[in-house]
Design a protein around this ligand. Structure first.
Ligand code: NAP
Length: 286
């Protein structure tokens, strides 16, 4: 049972965590924190949090669990502000989409990664943002990746794992570096491609006609380009090396596809498309 949960960043991810833990009956009190009081008042009205503070230092006082669910670029400043006010018994975790950069931010604030800090990332979300978009079922049957360090306190790790499991998630552990490489390929690159494609088309002269005829495929492929630009700006800059590595690989393969089209090499295209369909059917349709 979590006695006092402090969620800094009561948006889609933080708000959904609050709702899920409430419906599981495993939390007594939830204190929210953010920059804009109107968002926090709305979170209270919706029953997502019990009360709020706009000062992160005040918000974490007395909490036995602290969740940082803000854009990854905000983590370092936030950690500086909460660190002197954390309870001795608090476990602190985050939901940021990049893990090495969050650990670097915590290290910059504390001089080291404290044993009670357990870095994490729920592999769940939508293109919506804010507390209004949050819902209790977001984490059900989804994976949450935790990236403990060698010095992570086993008790803090157990508490964070139990929190996510109470939301219906399956928790897996991996090194932060590996997390960043995997997510660069499966999440960060697709977001980059979706944003870039929509932006390219949006700057064409006949864009109105292009978007008018956008069919299911275009909508499926570009749904994630409706995600919050600030969040994805932060993710791309905070996972640069891994993202650039997979982007380079993709550019090389795209060049080959372009050359095949120019040369009328249908056999090559058919091979690539068939291999891709088989891979997607195997991994995404089960
Ligand atoms: P969101 O809906 O925009 O919520 C972010 C919240 O953080 C907002 O309520 C915002 O409220 C608050 N906030 C922003 N900057 C802050 C700061 N400097 N100090 C205090 N509060 C601040 O975003 P989200 O989708 O929940 O994402 C939160 C985190 O989860 C990000 O690190 C993201 O990388 C990660 N994540 C997102 C997804 C996804 O699909 N969306 C999935 C997995 C992980 P105010 O504007 O009122 O301050």
């Amino acid at each position: 049972m979590i006695q006092r949960l402090c969620i800094i960043g009561v948006g889609l991810i933080g708000g959904s965590l609050a709702r899920a833990l409430r419906s599981a009956g495993v939390v007594s009190t939830i204190v929210g924190c953010g920059r804009d009081e109107t968002h926090l008042r709305r979170a209270v009205e919706l029953g997502v949090i019990d009360s709020y503070e706009t000062d992160p230092g005040q918000a974490v006082k007395g909490a036995d669990m602290v969740m940082l669910a803000v854009p990854v670029g905000a983590m370092e400043d936030l950690y500086h502000r909460i660190m002197p006010h954390l309870s001795a018994h608090a476990a602190v975790t985050d939901a940021g989409s990049t893990k090495q950069s969050v650990l670097t931010a915590v290290r910059a604030a504390c001089g080291f990664v404290p044993p009670y800090f357990v870095a994490g990332h729920p592999i769940a979300g939508t293109e919506q943002s804010g507390v209004e978009a949050s819902f209790a079922e977001l984490y059900q049957k989804r994976k949450v990746i935790l990236t403990p360090e060698p010095d992570t306190d086993p008790e803090a790790l157990r508490k964070v794992r139990a929190m996510w499991e109470a939301c219906g998630a399956t928790v897996v552990e991996m090194p932060a570096r590996h997390h960043d490489e995997v997510l660069a390929a499966t999440s960060h690159l697709p977001h980059l491609l979706a944003y870039s494609l929509v932006d390219t088309l949006a700057t064409l002269d006949d864009k109105a006609e292009i978007f008018e005829f956008a069919a299911g495929g275009f909508r499926d492929f570009t749904r994630i380009a409706s995600s919050d630009p600030q969040m994805w700006h932060d993710v791309c800059l905070h996972n640069g090396p891994a993202l650039l590595a997979v982007l380079e690989l993709f550019e090389q393969d795209l060049d080959k596809v372009r050359a095949a089209i120019a040369a009328g090499d249908g056999e090559y295209l058919f091979r690539v498309f068939s291999r891709a369909k088989a891979a997607r059917d195997q991994f995404c349709l089960r």
